[in-house]
Design a protein around this ligand. Structure first.
Ligand SMILES: NC(=O)C1=CN([C@@H]2O[C@H](COP(=O)(O)OP(=O)(O)OC[C@H]3O[C@@H](n4cnc5c(N)ncnc54)[C@H](OP(=O)(O)O)[C@@H]3O)[C@@H](O)[C@H]2O)C=CC1
Ligand SMILES: O=C1OC[C@@H](O)[C@H](O)[C@H]1O
Length: 359
């Protein structure tokens, strides 16, 4: 049986382009049992939307015979052919755009972070429930094949022995001080700051590698944090969150816009072995290596090689769950999104970072 999902892409920018790339690669697979079709690109201007369709190579030949159109936002929300909206705009627009999408009867995949804080996320979740529509935050990292394998090694096979400590870092030097404060990476009005933008991935590793449970069932933990706020743009470009679980496991979860991180963005230490993860981007965990203390044992290495950016894994998972009538992801349930948002809320509160929308 083929599952079909008709997408509306909201925001003709950077990440939407990377997302549609994967839907289009999927569509050239003749054996594919999941067909993703791009129906419409919602954009603030028709010309921007048309450029997006052209520059990302969306054609009838790779889009299940469908010619994608572009629409301004109001028409886009009302387009009855769209099953699910992918929201690919800066954080501060997510709440309103997800609301509009749900109100107009669409399922929603919204880029990370779902909203600026847990309170807003909770409101969207309540709305999704009342509309009986699927809603998920696009933390694509959780859906990679490597993550499934690693979690089996850690929690089921106990390949690492007892795990005690995690170092997870997402750092990319984007030369902050040279950038105008009006850009997404610096503008407090757009929800800028390392914690919400990239620290969310380090926190994600602190969840998926140190706890086998999710959300409301999670192992109890405590966190402490240090965010360094920039004197000019007033947001955090360096963020450290420390997590300690009730069972003693600890994580040092860092992010920075000032420095480049290590090649191995994850180092997880166990009594029998050490896990390291690497790729060109810590958000997309393509590769890992497990090295044993006992040097007579060969390391376990996994490397993913294909044409996908990696968004296809979350897209396929959503297609299956919607097809089964679900409105909440089993991989990233709402209570897990709220838990991560809560960790980041606490870090911001501890360090005095309040967004204008929250005042
Ligand atoms: N999963 C991942 O790895 C990544 C996720 N992201 C997330 O995706 C989201 C978007 O990031 P990114 O694509 O880099 O953003 P962009 O700066 O490329 O903006 C995307 C779109 O958002 C709209 N937009 C941008 N700025 C404004 C503004 N000031 N006012 C109104 N609309 C605006 C525009 O849409 P329009 O076409 O309608 O004008 C724009 O094309 C963020 O929340 C980010 O966290 C980003 C990068 C990687
Ligand atoms: O999610 C993200 O991952 C990659 C980063 O470069 C980007 O700023 C961020 O939004």
């Amino acid at each position: 049986m083929t599952i079909t999902l008709n997408w509306g892409i909201l925001g003709a920018g950077n990440i939407s382009g990377q997302f549609v790339h994967d839907l289009l690669v999927n569509n050239v697979d003749p054996e594919g049992s999941i067909k993703h079709t791009i129906i419409s690109v919602g954009s603030s201007s028709a010309s921007k939307g048309e450029d997006f369709i052209k520059s990302n190579g969306i054609k009838t030949s790779n889009n299940n015979g469908v010619e994608a159109i572009t629409e301004e936002y109001d028409d886009f929300y009302k387009n009855g052919k769209i099953d699910i909206v992918y929201v690919g705009t800066p954080h501060t627009f997510h709440k309103e755009q997800v609301t509009q999408s749900l109100e107009n009867g669409k399922h929603v995949l919204v880029e990370k972070p779902i909203t600026l804080n847990a309170k807003d996320a909770r409101e969207l979740i309540e709305l999704a429930k009342s509309k009986n529509k699927f809603l998920m935050e696009g933390v694509w990292t959780r859906f990679f094949p490597s993550v499934k394998l690693i979690r089996e090694h850690i929690f089921e096979k106990k390949t690492l022995g007892e795990v005690y400590k995690l170092f997870a870092d997402f750092s990319m030097n984007f030369e902050v001080e040279k950038l105008p404060t009006s850009l997404r990476g610096r503008d407090i009005k757009l929800g800028a700051g390392a914690t919400l933008d990239i620290g969310i991935y380090s926190v994600t590793y602190g969840r998926i590698l140190l706890d086998d449970k999710l959300g409301e069932n999670s192992t109890p933990f405590d966190t402490k944090s240090f965010l360094s706020l920039d004197p000019t743009d007033k947001v955090d470009h360096d963020s450290t969150i420390l997590i300690k679980y009730e069972n003693g496991k600890q994580g040092i979860l860092t992010s920075s816009n000032h420095t480049n991180g290590p090649d191995s963005f994850v180092r997880l230490e166990g009594t029998e072995a050490v896990l390291e993860m690497w790729s060109d981007n810590p958000a997309r965990p393509k590769n890992f290596k497990i090295t044993f203390t006992d040097k007579s044992k060969s390391p376990i290495v996994f490397e993913e090689k294909n044409d996908y950016n990696g968004f296809i894994y979350e897209a396929n998972s959503i297609a299956k769950e919607i097809n089964e009538g679900k409105i909440e992801s089993s991989v990233l349930p709402w209570s897990e999104t709220l838990l991560v948002m809560g960790i980041m809320d606490k870090a911001r509160l501890e360090n005095g970072l309040i967004y204008p929308q929250e005042k």
